[in-house]
Design a protein around this ligand. Structure first.
Ligand code: 5GP
Ligand code: SF4
Ligand code: MG
Length: 456
């Protein structure tokens, strides 16, 4: 998911809209904005993409100088309007809204306890647990209460919260998901955003990353920072650098595009191939493929062209033929591929089904050899901290050897990055990252294998 917060701008909802637009890659399932004006919070949420949900009419009905927004990432279940964010409640202290990126590990347990205690839940989102806790803990202001509520929560969360008078941002103690603070250049107001690419479009300058465990409270009296949660080892998600974040963002001091290119350099060293061209699977493989081409001297070519306009309402013809689902999105160019030995670079292989189809497309376009390279190490475990990887049973690298996967996807050779090489490329390993889906080293213990027990 992606989150946005704005404080101190006459058109806060419009700015939140721009921020969400820039964060659309973090979630296309639904989006919402809540703005505060004169002590009243107003909200608009909908299914689909930001630009389809918000027009000038919807935005004009969200007056106020402060707002938060959220784009929701498609998860396996619960893709319904009721589950859109920000979550908005009225409780004994007033109004409170929250947008959440991440996934709470103990949400189900907390929910059962709260339900025993009489709580009535309206959604099946883990985020709703936070507001139920908030209504039950002591504290002299919303920040204190939120801090107390979060003491009971374990997992990944970057939150933006809105009350009648405050904008609050919090990052969980391990800092799994990114969150940055920016300053609006024209009004001097503040912005919170999942990634720096949102600041650019909003006309805000980067101030700093929110620290793990830190709470930032912005009100008319200024900006305040509290260490709301005890410091633990930082475990920023390494997969943000590989796939999830936008390449033009800088997360915790690391420029994503440059990291991806360096990953390509390392891939070229680990997996040299006699090949004629380096072709990315767009868009996720582009920067790593450029890095591979740069380091190997093998020309970079766009042998696959992506259609960027594939929406969810696409009507499929009855006679679809093989690979139709992938061909809608990607077209292979025989003019580039015919007779060539191709290094094909993608960011990851998850189930292996898409990769097999892509290899088939490239082969059908005439490629003579296909050497598939993944810029991620083998994905051997699911994520419990906010990325929607499938069950272990569906992860091809959890079930099969590299040689078997190579055969299954139909490539002539297959190479993965290693975890050590990944850190060599991304740099700053000493900062502390989560790499559990590749290494099995889960920074927060997860109850049982499988994801059936989770709230979304
Ligand atoms: P597979 O071959 O495993 O079916 O698909 C691999 C493709 O899935 C890669 O191109 C990769 O970019 C993409 N991918 C990796 N992680 C995610 C994710 O979390 N969500 C989505 N939608 N695609 C992903
Ligand atoms: Fe990121 Fe993987 Fe850790 Fe999930 S398990 S937070 S995707 S590194
Ligand atoms: Mg991809």
């Amino acid at each position: 998911c992606g989150v946005i917060g704005v404080f101190g701008h006459p058109e806060a909802a419009n700015l939140a809209y721009l921020g969400l637009y820039a964060l659309q890659h973090r979630g296309q399932e639904s989006a919402g904005i809540i703005a505060a004006d004169d002590g009243k919070l107003r909200s608009h949420r909908g299914m689909g993409r930001v630009a389809d949900i918000f027009g000038s009419k919807e935005l004009s009905e969200l007056p106020g100088t402060q707002a938060i927004g959220h784009v929701r990432y498609s998860t396996a279940g619960g893709s319904v309007l009721q589950n859109t964010q920000p979550v908005f409640i009225n409780y004994r202290y007033g109004s409170f809204a929250v947008g959440h990126n991440g996934n709470l590990v103990n949400a189900l347990e907390l929910r059962h306890r709260l339900e025993q205690d009489g709580a009535i839940f309206h959604t099946d989102m883990d985020t709703e647990v936070i507001v139920h806790l908030l209504a039950r803990v002591p504290g002299k202001d919303a920040g204190e209460r939120l801090g107390a509520a979060l003491q009971q929560v374990s997992g990944a969360y970057s939150l933006v919260c809105l009350t009648e008078t405050r904008l609050i941002g919090v990052r969980d103690p391990m800092g799994f998901r990114p969150l940055v603070l920016g300053r609006l250049i024209d009004s001097g107001g503040f912005v919170l955003a999942s990634e720096t690419c949102a600041l650019d479009l909003m006309g805000a300058e980067f101030v700093r990353d929110v620290a793990p465990g830190e709470m930032i409270i912005i009100s008319a009296s200024g900006i305040e920072s509290r260490q709301a949660l005890p410091e633990t080892a930082r475990r920023m998600c390494i997969f943000e650098y590989l796939y999830f974040a936008r390449p033009d963002s800088v997360l915790d001091g690391i420029h994503v595009y440059s990291a991806r290119k360096r990953i390509g350099h390392v891939l070229a060293r680990l997996h040299p191939r006699d090949a004629d061209i380096v072709v990315p699977v767009p868009d996720s493989g582009v920067a790593a493929a450029m890095g591979y081409a740069e380091a190997s001297g093998i020309p970079f070519e766009l042998g696959l062209i992506r259609n960027h306009y594939v929406g969810r309402t696409f009507i499929q013809p009855a006679q679809r033929g093989r690979d139709f689902g992938v061909r809608v999105k990607l077209n292979a160019q025989p003019e580039i591929l015919k007779g060539k030995r191709v290094v094909l670079v993608d960011d990851s292989i998850v189930r292996g089904t898409t990769s097999a189809k892509i290899v088939h497309l490239v082969r059908a376009a005439g490629a003579r050899e296909i050497h598939f390279l993944s810029s991620s190490p083998p994905t051997t475990g699911p994520c419990y901290y906010g990325i929607d990887t499938p069950d272990r049973a569906q992860l091809i690298a959890a079930q099969h050897s590299i040689d078997e996967i190579c055969k299954m996807i139909g490539a002539d050779s297959l190479g993965y990055l290693t975890v050590d090489a990944l850190y060599e490329a991304v740099g700053k390993r000493e900062l502390g990252f989560c790499d559990a889906c590749f290494s099995g080293d889960y920074p927060i213990p997860v109850p049982t294998p499988g994801k059936g027990h989770q709230l979304h």
